[in-house]
Design a binder for this molecule. Structure first.
Ligand code: GLV
Length: 335
């Protein structure tokens, strides 16, 4: 009996890949960089399923160029790289990997917050540059995290975990979100504030919102102007939620004190980009979910989504299970 054919757009942990290999004919893109668009189109053209990464753009043109594709399984929680409406219109199922990366991502966001507050990276650079000659009473003074105020933009799964971590440091936590979450407010002791008020009151602003038309450039010149000059911005969500030029200006002029970014726009940042060399900015290469255990679990969920879709079943973490049995998913399977 033939097996469904699947393209996996990068090497992923074996925990997921083995599950896929058991039931599919698999081609895996082996390079470090994502497959160029032409290559992705060429490889996925005759495939029944695709495992995509957040670096792959999955739009209507790709779905039309790959008429056999029934399921796209994104190994990420964010899916702004996928036109889900275009997939639904064609009866292509789409899945993501929520839940398993929540705490790991919040751990990293908190690590960035701590690193910004206490100038950890500057300290390491200083030692590596051979500049450490004595204990200095004024050397690399930072700000306290404990008892400071944290402002969360977004109070979804990751935002809530961030609030839990902040409680351990006796921080006051404000949040803004499209809707008030009174039950979560009670459970976590967080307080709702409209975005502009939150920005004016907080020492650390941490972004935990998906990238949507509404959140693109949410942090812009006008918003940086509302922040305290002593405040730091943490972004582990998506780069374009922040207007890059405005952030560079805010950091250069002292409008805000610090930024710690795991995501950027563009991504990756060119090595000569101002955000890379500004002393009051830390940039990491989009690794907030990158613990071995979590990436293994993400690969496993991506595999389970893919296989469910190929079997004509609802995806365990589906974004459009309503597409089941419609469009391409209504056609007989070739395996
Ligand atoms: C990472 O950014 C993800 O969306 O999983």
């Amino acid at each position: 009996m033939s097996k469904p054919s699947v393209y996996v757009a990068r090497r992923i942990p074996d925990q997921g890949l083995e599950l896929i290999r058991d039931v599919c004919d698999v081609t895996v893109w082996q390079e470090e960089l994502p497959p160029p668009r032409e290559e992705l189109l060429r490889q996925a053209r005759d495939c029944d399923g695709l495992v995509s990464l957040l670096t792959d753009t999955i739009d209507g043109d790709l779905l039309d160029a790959c008429p056999r594709l029934r399921v796209v399984s994104n190994m990420a929680v964010g899916y702004d790289n996928i036109d889900v409406a275009a997939a639904t219109a064609r009866g292509v199922l789409v899945g993501n990997t929520p839940g398993v990366l929540t705490e790991t991502t919040a751990d990293f966001a908190f690590a960035l917050l701590m690193a910004a507050a206490r100038r950890v990276v500057e300290g390491v650079d200083y030692v590596r540059a051979g500049q450490w000659r004595t204990w200095g009473p004024l050397l690399l003074l930072g700000v306290d995290v404990h008892h400071a105020t944290l402002g969360l933009i977004g109070l979804g799964r990751i935002g809530q975990e961030m609030a839990r971590r902040a409680r351990g440091f006796d921080m006051r936590v404000l949040y803004c979100a499209p809707h008030r979450q009174e039950e979560v407010e009670r459970e976590l002791g967080v307080t709702y504030a409209p975005l502009d008020d939150l920005l004016a009151q907080t020492d650390f602003v941490s972004i935990h919102t998906p990238l949507t038309p509404e959140t693109r450039h949410l942090m812009n010149r006008a918003r940086f102007a509302l922040m305290k000059p002593s405040a730091a911005l943490i972004n582990t969500a998506r780069g374009p939620v922040v207007e890059t030029e405005a952030l560079v200006e805010a950091l250069r002029s002292g409008q805000i004190a610090y930024a710690a970014l795991d995501v950027t726009d563009p991504e990756p940042l060119p090595a000569d980009h101002p955000l890379v060399s500004l002393p009051n900015c830390i940039v990491t290469p989009h690794i907030a979910s990158a613990s071995r255990a979590t990436r293994g679990k993400m690969a496993e969920i991506a595999a389970r989504n893919l296989i469910a879709g190929l079997n004509g079943e609802p995806l365990p973490a589906g974004l459009n299970n309503e597409a089941l049995g419609a469009g391409r998913n209504a056609l007989p399977r070739a395996w």
